[in-house]
Design a protein around this ligand. Structure first.
Ligand SMILES: Nc1nc2c(c(=O)[nH]1)N[C@H]1C(S)=C(S)[C@@H](COP(=O)(O)OP(=O)(O)OC[C@H]3O[C@@H](n4cnc5c(=O)[nH]c(N)nc54)[C@H](O)[C@@H]3O)O[C@H]1N2
Ligand SMILES: Nc1nc2c(c(=O)[nH]1)N[C@H]1C(S)=C(S)[C@@H](COP(=O)(O)OP(=O)(O)OC[C@H]3O[C@@H](n4cnc5c(=O)[nH]c(N)nc54)[C@H](O)[C@@H]3O)O[C@H]1N2
Ligand code: SF4
Ligand SMILES: [Mo]
Length: 766
């Protein structure tokens, strides 16, 4: 048996937990936002920035991808506690400068936790780690670009380089980066989306013909029913609670489907509405279904069986007119689902029959239905099937392409959707490549590149030798931490374009470079003057974003300028490429002109993006124009996943705490779940603790076993919690070493971060 033993710096010595509080936001959130600003920002800067965040003409919150209202924006601040934390993280006056890296060796920094690394501040100058060196040293920008260019020029095959993107990157930077990488000769453009909503994109493209959602904020306000499944908006998309509250006030109902009773979905006090704070807030969920981890297909099938039965007896439930005119595959779908046994579906969902019947009643009464989802649906081996089953339910109700209805995959990073629209994908369609070639006079390769997991494997096998990360924290965000670390260490060069130090700077190739970049809140001055960038939110609205704060160092370059610098150096000896990188990076309007040339929907981009609320991209699904192979919306047949566990096995999902942004830790608490001062935890049903013969709070090791490799993490604490039997919760990224690199959704290579089969064993002494 091959063993991988992972030891992260452990943060949980002083961990404590209480029964989780039931409500979200309200006064405590206002207090936590203010405290965070006071603690980590200069006060005048904090005020200036917070008045501009998410306001028309200001900058887009660097947190999640939730949209801003089209019209009225609250003068009390159009942001949430976690938006403030994202801003504070970026706008901190603390600096990880040359002196910092001179003081601390890579080895010493490696013993720090992710929290301490981030709190060391902004990287303020380019840093270089020479082969065999113990410390990063300052390097001039020109020399850094030259080193990267030299490495890129020396590769035998462009496919030996990997160009990763994290979803905070602007449209302009992402587009230019994609053009550079394809001019260089590869489609190796993996991104964080591969680990995130890739299964949504895949499932929606197959069934509805567009890899995005099809609802607006107004649709949510107008819906009769919103189902929130596999998502924790109170922490990860806090202003979504305001939209849900509006929906309820307009008479809508909310069903939440989650193994955890997430605080925000139960009770919500809107911080932007003082009267509602005084009145104690709103109870959001009308019905809570405590599904077991990965029990969603079974649950959706049980609900659909009930709806079909009801339609047979009383009619009016299934939208036969819509199905006849706009869909394909209904008969096959019906013949398949008719073979399902209702009781088995109920049993596998983990929800009681009575509650499933209640859910079906509610759905049957409410024609305008929206389903919102996030990682609890997508990060499964059967992630695509989960998404397609959601679409089946919407199609049965005709709840697609009409007001107040439709699919709503709630996107994560603030511009992850825009990056994909801009061409960050290892397999962009032919028409995009044709247009790109003609706009830049290049010949893009047609061979598909690597998504994230195949990229890691390519590095591990020595087939890729250079890794460049446009943002992100690759080693901590990806699965199988030790395998990924080995892969990165085999590279000749690892480069990170970053705002803050993170673990990926410490797990490096033979040489390593950190290129420090401007954050979204900072003023971006180029040769033609003050620049703005643009982003696309979760609802397909493209808007401008203009930083207002003085950059933390005069040495910082914008992401666009960094792409241009690398490209100029990589192509120094190529006279077949005649792209004027200086002109493009000197004036982002010129990049937007190119975007307009290449991507449909961006007509008149430079004018429309200057409109204060931005503009909607075209979305055929809203008009019932389905660009699928059949020209219709497709019903699909999806299998229930095998949920049988062996003796002593549990199903573990990795989730986000309230005090983190992916691998960035704002703090060590998870207020809404009652956990304080530590992150190495396992949420577990109290009866399961008893069955293990263990006690609450006990320190344990967790072991997974896949493909003949035993993977362990150490010294996690058992926290008794209201979670289904045999299901566990733990935090990302601390539990990532347990996820096998080989266990992915087969269609998209998305790691199975929500379905890790593990055993809990007494803590080892070593
Ligand atoms: N503050 C903050 N905001 C963020 C982020 C952050 O880290 N911090 N990250 C951003 C990013 S990149 C993303 S992708 C989003 C992520 O947003 P979410 O998807 O909300 O994030 P997770 O914490 O992964 O939560 C998944 C939820 O699904 C539930 N769940 C897990 N497994 C299952 C299952 O099998 N079935 C069902 N029905 N539910 C399940 C979990 O209990 C949890 O409530 O948030 C974005 N916004
Ligand atoms: N087990 C498990 N693993 C997961 C997940 C999970 O739920 N469970 N979730 C997955 C998901 S949904 C995602 S999206 C990925 C996230 O993966 P990534 O996007 O790779 O990770 P982040 O933690 O968001 O990246 C944080 C780093 O980005 C840099 N940064 C911040 N702002 C900027 C900026 O404006 N520009 C640039 N250039 N750099 C910046 C900082 O240096 C910071 O350290 O993780 C995935 N991994
Ligand atoms: S909901 Fe998301 S985008 Fe809006 S302020 Fe909060 S973190 Fe920022
Ligand atoms: Mo994500």
């Amino acid at each position: 048996m091959n063993k991988k033993n992972h030891r992260y710096p452990n943060s949980s010595k002083d961990l404590s937990y209480t029964e989780s509080p039931e409500s979200a936001v309200g006064i405590p959130a206002i207090w936590h936002s203010l405290r965070q600003m006071g603690k980590y920002m200069d006060v005048p800067e904090a005020i200036k920035a917070s008045l501009k965040m998410n306001q028309k003409g200001g900058f887009d919150c660097p947190g999640c991808a939730w949209p801003d209202p089209d019209d009225h924006r609250s003068p009390l601040g159009e942001y949430c506690e976690n938006g403030i934390k994202a801003l504070v993280e970026e706008a901190t006056p603390a600096k990880a400068d040359g002196a910092f890296f001179e003081k601390y060796s890579v080895e010493e920094l490696s013993s720090w936790g992710e929290f301490e690394l981030g709190k060391s501040g902004r990287v303020t100058e380019p840093m270089y780690l020479a082969p065999g060196a113990t410390h990063y040293k300052s390097i001039a920008w020109a020399d850094a670009f030259e080193k990267i260019g030299k490495h890129l020029r020396s590769l035998e095959n462009p496919n030996e380089a990997i160009f990763y993107t994290s979803g905070r990157t602007s449209n302009e930077a992402a587009f230019l980066y994609g053009a550079f990488v394809r001019a260089y000769g590869t489609n190796n453009l993996p991104d964080c989306s591969n680990m995130c909503h890739e299964t949504s994109g895949y499932g929606l493209s197959e069934t509805l013909g567009i890899g995005k959602g099809a609802v607006t904020l107004d649709d949510i306000h107008e819906a009769d029913l919103v189902m929130v499944i596999g998502q924790n908006p109170g922490t990860n998309h806090p202003r979504m609670l305001t939209a849900l509250e509006n929906c309820k006030r307009n008479g809508g109902a909310i069903i939440s489907v989650n193994p955890l009773k997430e605080a925000g979905l139960q009770h919500y006090t809107n911080p932007q509405k003082p009267l509602r704070i005084l009145s104690g807030g709103t109870d959001l969920s009308d019905l809570y279904l405590q599904v077991q981890v990965n029990g969603d297909v079974a649950l959706l099938k049980a609900i659909m069986l009930r709806l079909l039965e009801k339609d047979k007896s009383q009619g009016g439930i299934i939208d036969h007119e819509f199905i006849k005119n706009h869909t394909h595959g209904y008969d096959e779908f019906i013949s398949d689902i008719s073979k399902e046994d209702f009781e088995t579906c109920v049993l596998e969902s983990g929800v009681s029959e009575q509650e499933i019947r209640k859910a079906a009643e509610l759905i049957a009464e409410k024609p305008k239905m929206i389903i919102c989802w996030a990682m609890g649906i997508t990060q499964h081996e059967n992630g695509v099937q989960n998404v397609r089953e959601i679409v089946n339910l919407l199609l049965l109700r005709g709840a697609v392409g009409k007001r107040g209805a439709g699919p709503c995959p709630v996107r994560g990073h603030s511009n992850v959707q825009g990056d994909r629209t801009m061409g960050i994908w290892e397999k962009m369609p032919e028409q995009f490549l044709v247009n790109l070639d003609s706009a830049f006079g290049i010949k893009s390769p047609r061979e598909h590149g690597h998504a994230t997991v195949p990229a890691i494997k390519a590095m591990h096998e020595g087939k890729a030798k250079i890794f460049i990360g446009m943002g992100g924290n690759f080693v901590s965000a990806t699965p199988d931490t030790d395998y990924t670390a080995e892969a990165l260490r085999k590279c000749d060069l690892t480069v990170h374009i970053s705002t803050k130090p993170n673990r990926s700077h410490l797990v490096h190739g033979r040489e390593a470079i950190i290129l420090p970049t401007l954050g979204r809140s900072e003023i971006d001055l180029q040769s033609s003057g003050y620049q703005f960038i643009s982003t696309e939110n979760s609802m397909g609205i493209v808007q401008n974003s203009k930083g207002v704060l003085t950059p933390k160092s005069t040495e910082l370059k914008s992401e666009v300028a960094i792409v241009a610098g690398i490209a100029k150096s990589a192509f120094a000896h190529r006279d077949d490429i005649s792209i004027d990188w200086d002109a493009l990076s000197g004036d982002y309007d010129l990049i937007r002109d190119k975007i307009e040339e290449v991507i449909p929907g961006f007509e008149n981009y430079n004018n429309r993006v200057r409109e204060k609320s931005g503009f909607y991209l075209p979305n055929g699904v809203k008009l019932r124009d389905f660009k699928t192979k059949t020209g219709k919306a497709n019903f699909t047949i999806n299998r229930r996943p095998n949920l049988i566990l062996g003796v002593d096995e549990f199903r573990l999902m990795t989730v986000r705490a309230h005090d983190q942004y992916n691998t960035t830790l704002y703090g060590l608490d998870d207020r809404y779940r009652g956990i304080k001062n530590g992150r190495e935890i396992i949420l577990i049903h109290p009866e399961d603790i008893k069955d293990l013969g263990m006690s609450a709070g006990e320190v344990v090791d967790v072991v997974s076993n896949y493909d003949g490799v035993e993977r362990s993490v150490y010294n996690f604490r058992l926290v008794p919690y209201d979670i289904p039997r045999k299901c566990l919760g733990s935090y990302f990224p601390e539990a990532n070493p347990l996820v096998s690199i080989h266990q992915v959704n087969p269609e998209t290579h998305t790691p199975i971060s929500k379905n890790i089969i593990v055993k809990i064993v007494p803590a080892s002494k070593n």
